[in-house]
Design a protein around this ligand. Structure first.
Ligand code: AMP
Length: 366
């Protein structure tokens, strides 16, 4: 089976590495051949060659959400999860309205044009979070506001036609996520819960844990996959509030950074299960083998990190994406497994120290 992947990033790279074991071959559509997935694809296609890419692929999936409309219009008959789901996801407004309409638990929000923003945040109240409708990921286009004076600075970063979501600031107890997989044959499995720690809007590390909210989150993921008519993966990020309420922050219909640990921690990785799901194969077990976690390497080169120190942590495995270093860019990650939760947390600390030798490395502009 020849699978086409829209996007050439690390999610595509790991999908290819996992899929080769199943005997799949891979085409990648991406403007740069020198990208993590473009480099290892069986065939790389420039977006101008989309027709050929479609002809050469039996099935198409995506690892990136911000794909040009003209490409989506052409690929949709072969694409899973469907292009309709991707279109909902690409707009924060459509995503939140879809969830609200169906009664999913969300933080209070309101939609605003750029012109209305100053007036609307005043009536909405502070603190609040303003997020741009498009191209918002990894904390991009996202602002925490404590007064309406901040609005002018936000508007400078966006075109006048930008639409925004104004969202209640959630003083959460912790953040968690669960990833579900649903196959074209109707089989459904849910991965274990991970507790996720972000640094300035970007995932820094996460680990599997049991929480009193696991069942509730699992039910939400399962029901959302059905409501979306989704075949493939669905990652849902949650806020667990201090009062014990489970709120959806956002969802992603693709492999997710909070599921990288599945490469080492569960019987079947999220990447392999994505392929099994869309190809109509039986799904693999999503059960946890051992407590597992992951640490992201943000904005650092291999030379910047204490590679020997990291690799000497028993059960730690490095995944290096081979991208050009940029400030806060996801350059690689380290998966960690351990025999129990306490050991896991200690090992994650060690890996964090090996990567970010000085705490300033996390915020330093390079
Ligand atoms: P997002 O890009 O929307 O997933 O946001 C990235 C991260 O920013 C989240 O994982 C949270 O840590 C933080 N964040 C986003 N929205 C809110 C909110 N309404 N209240 C508090 N923190 C938020």
């Amino acid at each position: 089976m020849r699978v086409g992947i829209l996007g050439g990033g690390q999610l595509g790279w790991m999908t290819i590495l996992e899929g080769r074991k199943l005997g799949f071959s891979f085409n990648v559509l991406e403007s740069k051949k020198d990208s993590p997935a473009g480099r290892i694809a069986d065939r790389w296609f420039h977006p101008s060659e989309v027709e050929e890419f479609i002809k050469e692929s039996d099935l198409i999936t995506y690892e990136f959400e911000h794909i040009e409309d003209d490409v989506l219009e052409k690929v949709y008959p072969k694409t899973l999860p469907s292009v309709e789901i991707l279109k909902i996801k690409r707009s924060r407004v459509r995503e939140k309205e879809f969830l609200r309409k169906r009664g999913y638990p969300l933080a209070k929000f309101e939609v605003s044009t750029a012109g209305e923003l100053e007036g609307k945040v005043r009536t909405f109240g502070f603190p609040c979070v303003v997020k741009s409708e498009r191209l918002g990921y990894d904390g991009r286009g996202q602002y925490r506001l404590s007064s309406a004076d901040d609005v002018k600075a936000i508007l400078k970063n966006h075109p006048p036609e930008e639409v925004f979501v104004i969202e209640e600031f959630v003083d959460f107890a912790f953040e968690a996520s669960r990833i579900g997989v649903r196959s074209t044959e109707g089989e459904v499995r849910i991965y274990p819960t991970t507790v996720n720690y972000h640094h300035e809007g970007i995932l820094l590390y996460n680990f599997t844990d049991e929480t009193p909210y696991d069942e509730e989150m699992g039910r939400i993921v399962e029901s959302l996959m059905e409501d979306l008519g989704l075949f493939g993966l669905l990652a849902v990020e949650f806020f667990i509030t201090k009062e014990g309420k489970v709120l959806i922050n956002e969802f992603a219909p693709r492999p997710h950074n909070t599921g990288h640990y599945t490469l080492d921690g569960t019987y079947t990785s999220q990447f392999e299960n994505l392929l099994r799901a869309i190809a109509g194969f039986p799904l693999g077990s999503t059960e946890l083998k051992v407590p597992s976690g992951m640490v992201n390497i943000l904005g650092l080169s291999l030379e910047d990190i204490d590679l020997k120190g990291i690799l000497s942590v028993e059960g730690a495995k490095l995944y290096w994406y081979g991208k050009e270093k940029r400030h806060r860019r996801k350059m690689g990650h380290v998966n960690v497994v351990a025999k129990d939760k306490e050991t896991l947390k200690r090992k994650i600390e060690e890996v964090l120290k090996g990567i970010y030798r000085r705490p300033a490395e996390l915020t330093r502009e390079t």
